[in-house]
Design a protein around this ligand. Structure first.
Ligand SMILES: *Cc1c(COP(=O)(O)O)cnc(C)c1O
Length: 419
């Protein structure tokens, strides 16, 4: 018996036509204009994006503009330092703009072009999605409206500058707490008004149908490339594949191609400062079923059932819910989810920087920290980590908060020795 064979037909079965992954997913929006807009979007995705012309054009963009395929790399120094586990990276940090988000932004932009739209609309929190989408808009010659809370605009000046230089309009959102949640509301309102000429571009594998399906498909290239590359490099499959999970886009793109293979898949959620509600953003590990932002999934809620405050030192991971497909694959037991705290991620960031010459994003460092934890048990075998992005964007924050490496690494070493 091979339990993985059950997944041969998985991609045909999930999601259903109305966007359900088991009981998760769907579309719970109430605004009738938005429902119309999403229907048009789903129809466009189901027809246009499956055509040979669309697929070929996207393939060309991936190669010539994004620089794909990104390599798989064997971390020999780090593996030797830690023990016997062989650690490999899928280098999404080498994707154009320095992270995986451009994979779905280019797909969304191309779909907008085929649907005859002139503008891309989105919200952004830390600004990573805004920068990737502004890049896509420039490529396709489209207008780009990025809604951003005033508080985030003040905190994320370099990304605001990048978006503006790329030609996007950064529209300040000044109601409520003036952060990501209000920016989402403002972007949805704009989409409801403007959907005849514009499309809304989600930043992760969450949101109402068809977003979780569409983003998974546009991110599928990560895992598909890695599976070929790893086998070519080693002659076998990795024992484990790991990725960090915020909304879940880099992880679902990395994992989906391996579902029917005898490979353990591990999603790593941010434990932040610890397991108390408000100190982390581990929505699968500590969450419960609930509807938020128009879809059903597993979420972190406060006592009123509203999205709870969340925290992680990786701004790309602090989201109180997760893509519905992760909720399903967790229930099915196909993906194992674990957590990594702020400090373990920073240790991983410093170790990879000093021993391999690669500075990873704090988000990606969460997945790498899991591989380091496994290696320290003395296990043999191999782990392929999705290095979702590069860490240049994080360095000012890291150095101010944790220093530039040696003292922090010595402190962590000491802590481990004392158990
Ligand atoms: C945004 C981001 C993430 C988290 O988003 P997912 O949708 O969970 O992949 C992870 N890594 C990097 C580098 C990011 O920019």
């Amino acid at each position: 018996m091979n339990k993985y064979r059950d997944y041969d037909n998985y991609l045909k079965e999930y999601p259903t036509e109305d966007g359900y992954f088991g009981k998760y997913g769907g579309n719970y929006l109430e605004d009738p204009e938005l429902i119309k807009a999403f229907q048009e979007y789903a129809d466009g995705y189901n027809t246009i994006a499956q055509s040979a012309q669309f697929i070929n054009e996207l393939r060309r963009i991936r190669k010539d503009f994004q620089g794909r395929p990104t390599p798989v790399y064997h971390c020999q120094n780090l593996s030797n330092l830690l023990g016997r586990t062989q650690i490999y990276l899928k280098r999404e940090d080498l994707n154009h703009t320095g992270a995986h988000k451009l994979n779905h932004c280019m797909g969304e932009g191309l779909l907008a072009k085929y649907m005859g739209k002139k503008k891309l609309i989105a919200e952004t929190g830390a600004g990573q999605h805004g920068v990737a989408l502004a890049t896509a808009a420039a490529y396709f010659g489209m207008e780009c409206d990025i809604y951003m809370g005033e508080v985030d605009i003040a905190k994320q000046a370099p990304n605001v500058t990048r978006m503006k230089v790329l030609g996007a309009n950064v529209i300040p959102v000044s109601f409520g707490l003036k952060t990501l949640k209000e920016a989402v509301d403002a972007a949805f309102m704009a989409y409801s008004r403007e959907y005849k000429d514009a499309i809304y571009c989600i930043g992760t594998a969450a949101g109402p149908h068809p977003f979780p399906l569409m983003v998974r498909d546009f991110q599928y290239c990560i895992g598909a490339e890695a599976r070929e590359q790893f086998r070519e490099m080693t002659g076998h499959m990795p024992d484990q594949v790991a990725a960090c999970v915020g909304g879940g886009s880099n992880a679902i793109g990395m994992f989906t191609p391996w579902l029917a293979d005898p490979v353990e898949l591990v999603g790593v959620e941010p434990l932040g400062r610890g397991p108390k509600l408000g100190d982390h953003a581990a929505s699968i590990t500590y969450g419960a079923e609930g509807v938020m932002h128009g879809f059903n999934s597993t979420m972190l809620a406060d006592e009123n059932g509203d999205p709870a405050p969340v925290y992680s030192n990786a701004s790309g991971l602090d989201y109180p819910s997760v893509g519905p497909e992760h909720a399903l694959l967790h229930d099915m037991g196909r993906i194992r989810y674990t957590t990594c705290c702020d400090e373990d991620a920073i240790e991983a960031l410093f170790l990879l920087s000093r021993h391999e010459g690669i500075i990873p994003a704090i988000e990606s460092s969460h997945a790498l920290a899991y591989a380091i934890r496994e290696a320290r048990t003395g296990k043999t075998g191999s782990i392929l980590v999705n290095l979702s992005g590069r860490g240049d964007k994080d360095l000012d924050y890291v150095v101010e908060r944790y220093g530039d490496g040696p003292e922090f690494l010595a402190m962590m070493e000491e802590r481990r020795k004392n158990g």
